[in-house]
Design a protein around this ligand. Structure first.
Ligand code: PEP
Ligand code: MN
Length: 314
């Protein structure tokens, strides 16, 4: 069997083995708009589960932009367990994304669910998210390999680390090295929390690959009161960033209300990360007192690594 580039020539994909600390290479830096994921500064994206209105996104961007967050998140296409639940506002959301991105100069990350959505979404957003339910949608992954936007790849609901890394390999091997892995909790027997945040997996991924790894404590916990502590634990464990769900009126969120933080709680959470980040030799961007940022150029997708470089540390 031809071995995957990520695992080198002597290993099969079934035998991922960690790099020794001495051979560990530095984290690849992935640029998203004017921000970088994988450098010293912790990357924080925040926003609603689903984009609902311009007013909602404006409130989030104007409150959290100065906090500051590095990107806005929000889905216009929502992969819901039930076909009878809200499926996202779809095409209507394009204008909202465009406005908020231009007005606040903040990069935007949104979920892409189908190959047919890639081209249009790439025009409007700075990063394309692959949701857990699509982690092994290989046609989507291959097509994203040809996209000119970085990809935020979320771990499947019950995916092993090997399956997760191999999903990233699909994107990389089709030409796009700008990949950020996202641990968002995995299924377990206990349903008190929505999922179980696999921080051990985050630590392992940081030794197995050179990709940035961020954590989504919102979908892991499913309960807003648990989110701040999990976020802090993620930073202490070495995560390169966070993606958080928040809403100006969390209880009114159309989807994932229980795990959505208020904007005030999100700001407090970000502040609480500061000493922790310093303790692990990272930093949290300082608050910006001038809320409006210079509008950014259309983002170019760049990586400090060459496309042929494998994702795994050799
Ligand atoms: C989301 O980010 O809103 C989402 C649906 O996440 P996941 O794919 O991790 O469930
Ligand atoms: Mn959600």
């Amino acid at each position: 069997m031809k071995s995957a580039p990520l695992v080198g020539t002597n290993a099969s994909p079934a035998s991922l083995s960690p790099a020794s600390p001495s051979s560990a290479s530095p984290t690849t830096r992935v640029r998203v708009g004017n921000s970088t994921i994988g450098g010293r500064e912790i990357f924080i994206a925040a926003g609603p589960c689903a984009i609902e209105s311009t007013e909602q996104m404006e409130a989030i961007a104007s409150t959290l932009g100065p906090a500051p967050i590095q990107a806005l998140r929000g889905g216009i296409y929502k992969p819901r367990t039930s076909p009878y639940d809200f499926q996202g506002i779809g095409g209507e959301g394009f204008e909202i994304l465009r406005q908020v991105r231009q007005h606040h100069g903040l990069p935007v990350v949104t979920e892409v669910m189908a190959v047919s959505q890639i081209e249009a979404l790439s025009e409007e957003v700075d990063m394309l998210q692959v949701g857990s339910r699509n982690m092994q949608n290989f046609d989507l992954l291959k097509a994203l390999g040809q996209a000119n936007r970085p990809v935020l790849l979320k771990r499947g609901l019950a995916a092993t680390l090997e399956e997760f890394v191999m999903a990233a390999e699909y994107i990389a091997s089709h030409g796009n090295p700008n990949i950020v892995l996202c641990e968002r909790g995995i299924r377990s027997f206990d349903n008190y929390t929505r999922n179980v945040l696999d921080l051990g997996g985050v630590v392992a991924l940081k030794t197995l690959t050179h990709l940035p790894v961020i954590v989504d404590p919102s979908h892991a916990a499913g309960r807003r009161e648990l989110v701040p502590s999990l976020a802090r634990a993620a930073i202490a464990a070495g995560a390169d960033g966070l993606i958080l769900e928040c809403h100006p009126r969390p209880d009114e969120s159309i989807s994932d209300a229980q795990q959505s933080l208020s904007l005030e709680a999100t700001t407090d959470l970000i502040e609480s990360l500061r000493p922790l980040a310093e303790a692990v030799d990272r930093s949290i961007a300082l608050p910006i007192f001038q809320p409006k940022r210079a509008p950014q150029q259309a983002p170019e997708c760049t990586s400090e690594r060459t496309p042929e470089r494998a994702l795994l540390v050799a």
